[in-house]
Design a protein around this ligand. Structure first.
Ligand code: ZN
Length: 159
């Protein structure tokens, strides 16, 4: 059996007149995340962790933000494309553990739906997908509500 781990990190800026989409959930908030795609910071960190596990580069390489095709792209679909690459390489997803860093809004009510969305996209049981949220106690760019960041680690395996 071959086991590999991956790590992903992403940041998007909080701005007015954008939807706040995290983990494929549209969260009511007066600010949203800026980006070429839907700017789903959590799904981008997870996608990068999966690509990183197999040393396949990052989502910027696979889905360039200069490509009109990915303007406003649904990051759940991008995650599904990444999963296809993982499968093409003969690997399956063992588990994901991800953390979103946001001062506000409170994300805990939306985490069950985020986990469900991710588990579906990666064709794994719900108990293999962990998502947590934390604040950075008012410190730094997340604490000052200028942006939201996400970290993700994953394990992938080939039998
Ligand atoms: Zn991103």
């Amino acid at each position: 059996m071959s086991i590999r781990i991956g790590h992903g990190y992403d940041v998007h800026k909080l701005v007015e007149n954008r939807d706040l989409i995290i983990g494929g959930v549209n969260i009511p908030h007066h600010l949203g995340l800026l980006g070429h795609s839907d700017a789903d910071v959590l799904l981008h960190a997870i996608s990068d962790s999966l690509l990183g596990a197999l040393a396949l580069g990052d989502i910027g390489k696979h889905f360039p933000d200069t490509d009109e095709q990915y303007k406003g792209a649904d990051s759940l679909e991008l995650l599904a494309c990444v999963y296809e690459l993982i499968k093409e390489n003969g690997y399956e997803v063992g588990n994901i553990d991800a953390t979103v860093l946001a001062q506000e809004p409170k994300l805990s009510p939306y985490i069950p739906q985020m986990r469900l969305n991710i588990a579906r996209a990666l064709e794994v049981e719900l108990d293999r997908i962990s998502v947590t949220a934390t604040t950075e106690e008012g410190l730094g760019f997340t604490g000052e509500k200028k942006g939201i960041a996400a970290h993700a680690v994953c394990l992938v395996y080939k039998k």
